[in-house]
Design a protein around this ligand. Structure first.
Ligand code: GUN
Length: 289
């Protein structure tokens, strides 16, 4: 039997619908509601698409949203000053700096500058640290969305072999910790791992965030595995492709995410949840969302 499709778009739409309903109540019954500021530096076309999607989702469900664009030439001190101003601005509940940033804007330092309680991306070392310890904090949006997708399959995490391909700070490392915290036995690989197949073949849960078109083929996947594809790549013809050879891997997996409409929409839904939660934690939303 071919894999069932883990429909991230449908699950995300359902989350957004519920949030919209709650925010409508909030808007009718209070004077304060969440506000997100999304920062983009430069004109990277992919970043523009992502930033616009985040802004549109906010508008659709009733979160105030502003896109702040800065030229690539902005100096590091000026950029940090802008973030400092947003930290101090009580009307702003969430701050998101879209990656990638130009080299001269040290992104690790930038994420340390964002106020912990406004860090809706969950990239501040303090929020990463909370995730490490399995404590409640703001969780990075993409890994949080992946966990929601996995939970929707009804999988019992305890004792499962999970393999993560990719070791980035924004997906690979945080999803590894979340899976560990749920009781999985986790192996972390990357695109350079020798004999990658010997690891992926053991995975009950396979999360691939390596940024390589069709890296994972049918022969590398255990029968009945749940396969999550975080990849968003372009092949030689400029077509969108994931890290997983979807058409063939779906013959052996039990569940599989498509690209697009898999993990991508879940990142946005999780970001909306984080923004609302941040607003609540700051005591700024005077109604309960
Ligand atoms: N660039 C690619 N993914 C992300 C993300 O989840 N957050 C931010 N801020 N930038 C990204």
């Amino acid at each position: 039997m071919p894999a069932k499709i883990l429909d991230g778009k449908a699950i995300a739409d359902n989350i957004l619908k519920k949030l919209k309903k709650k925010l409508k109540y909030c808007r009718e019954n209070s004077e304060r509601f969440p506000k997100l500021v999304v920062i983009q530096v430069g004109e990277d076309p992919a970043s523009t698409i992502y930033v616009n999607k985040k802004h549109k989702a906010c508008k659709e469900i009733g979160i105030d949203s502003e896109i702040k664009k800065f030229p690539e030439t902005i100096s590091y001190p000026d950029f940090l000053k802008e973030i400092g101003n947003l930290n101090k601005d009580n009307s702003v509940n969430g701050i998101l700096v879209q990656l990638p940033l130009p080299e001269h804007l040290n992104h690790k330092q930038v994420f340390e500058t964002i106020a912990v309680e406004k860090d809706v991306d969950g990239f501040h070392p303090f929020n990463h640290g909370k995730n490490l310890l399995g404590k409640k904090g703001i969780q990075s949006a993409t890994p949080k969305g992946i966990m929601t997708l996995l939970e929707s399959t009804g999988v019992n995490f305890e004792g499962k072999n999970a393999v993560v391909v990719g070791r980035s700070n924004i997906v690979g490392k945080p999803i590894t910790l979340m899976l560990i915290n749920e009781g999985c036995t986790v192996t972390v690989c990357n695109s350079k791992t020798k004999n990658l197949k010997s690891f992926t073949k053991e995975a009950d849960i396979l999360v691939v965030a390596a940024g390589k078109c069709n890296l994972i083929t049918e022969d590398m996947v255990k029968k009945g595995a749940i396969v999550i594809d975080v990849g968003m790549n372009r092949n030689g013809n400029g077509q969108l492709c994931g890290d997983v050879d979807f058409e063939n891997v779906k013959k052996v997996a039990s569940w599989i995410t498509p690209v697009p409409k898999g993990v991508g929409p879940m990142t946005i839904a999780s970001l909306m949840e984080n923004t609302i939660e941040a607003c609540k934690q700051q005591g700024n939303c005077t109604c309960s969302v």
